[in-house]
Design a protein around this ligand. Structure first.
Ligand code: H2U
Ligand code: ZN
Length: 344
């Protein structure tokens, strides 16, 4: 049997049915790169040049209201548009294309320009969760919207255009690639095992404990067994809920609390505002019950060993299989040892 901490091995991701290569012996490799911290400009509560701050103007001439709390608007540079015709073009099954209608929105988390999830208060974050629930219901109820993807790109490294705390929603007619993979795997698992894949996975992680990061009464955070990014995590609903619209009061507050703690923990790791892409995976909104789905979030942070040294998905990973050196268990241990700071 191979040694988990020394021998190269590959791990299976049952959600995507893809593999990741783990090379734990390489963590001993000498590193000659830099370990510098990034300079942080002083944060201001209001920025007159920010297109997300209250009262400021946006592209296309719209002006934001003097909002407090959350604020939602249709993306002025939407990647998807509601009136696109849903035609299909197919030539010999080789050149295939489809019109893709959809709606893109932006959600500001707070009127304050200087906040992040990590330093917002739980009641403020609870209002963000309520907005997510509302948007899932509103967009999902439209006949041509079958999936509502909500995600946050945080930090310039992840392509975020603005530090003002916000996320995006891209809702579409067809299922996005990653969602389709997870859907097919969860459905097949349910048919084969008569149980929910992620309910069973959650139990396995609670027994193993070495990849558990944090938990409260309603949510659990793990570094997945099959994590690709060095400090990737997954936030799982403890109860079998298929989407945001099934969360009760305690689960909504629990989500606010666990997201605050997780992002604060990330910020402690390299003592910088930690960049990431995070987002929800949940039941498609095509009207079917989709009981195979188990609500969860993925956090994909690119940083590897300092504020500036990131992982690149290149070479073998681009042409073959993603690879990591640090084991998910070692990543979980490092994150567990940090004491996250409180809110603002
Ligand atoms: P990111 O920081 O993740 O790029 O999100 C910001 C979004 O805000 C981006 O999708 C939109 C961009 O299209 N935006 C507007 O809708 N109006 C503006 O005036 C500027 C940017
Ligand atoms: Zn702002």
């Amino acid at each position: 049997m191979f040694n988990w901490n020394q021998d190269p091995h590959r791990r299976f991701n049952p959600l995507t049915r893809e593999w990741v290569l783990v090379s734990p012996h390489r963590t001993q490799r000498p590193w000659q790169g830099q370990m510098e911290k990034t300079a942080r400009p002083p944060a201001k509560r209001y920025d007159p040049d920010c297109y997300l701050c209250p009262g400021n103007s946006r592209a296309g001439g719209a002006r934001n209201p003097q909002y407090t709390g959350t604020f939602v608007f249709d993306n002025d540079y939407a990647a998807l548009k509601p009136d696109t015709p849903r035609d299909r073009f197919a030539q010999n099954d080789l050149l295939v294309a489809e019109g893709e209608p959809g709606i893109c929105r932006v959600v500001c988390f707070s009127q304050r320009h200087d906040l992040t999830i990590a330093n917002m208060q739980v009641p403020e974050l609870r209002a963000v969760v309520d907005t997510w629930v509302e948007q899932y219901g509103d967009l999902g109820s439209r006949p041509f919207i079958n999936y509502v993807e909500m995600f946050e790109n945080r930090g310039a490294m992840m392509g975020a255009s603005n530090p003002h705390p916000h996320c995006q929603i891209w809702s579409s007619c067809s299922l996005p690639n990653e969602v389709l993979k997870e859907q097919q795997s969860q459905l097949a698992w349910r048919e084969e095992h008569g149980a929910c894949l992620l309910c069973q996975y959650l139990k396995a992680e609670q027994n193993a404990r070495d990849r558990l990061l944090d938990e409260n009464d309603t949510w659990v955070v793990v570094v997945p067994f099959w994590a690709v990014w060095p400090f990737e995590t997954m936030v799982l609903a403890r109860r079998h809920t298929t989407a945001l619209d099934q969360l009760d009061d305690a689960e909504r507050t629990g989500l606010a609390e666990i997201l605050q703690r997780l992002t604060a923990r990330y910020d402690c790791l390299f003592e910088v505002p930690f960049p990431y892409t995070m987002g929800f995976h949940q039941r498609p909104t095509d009207g079917a019950p989709h009981d195979e789905w188990h609500l969860h979030l993925h956090f994909y942070p690119p940083l590897l060993r300092s504020a500036t040294v990131r992982k690149f998905m290149v070479g073998f990973e681009m042409l073959g299989t993603p690879q990591r050196d640090l084991t998910p268990e070692a990543a979980a241990q490092r994150l567990r040892e940090l004491a996250p700071a409180g809110a603002h």
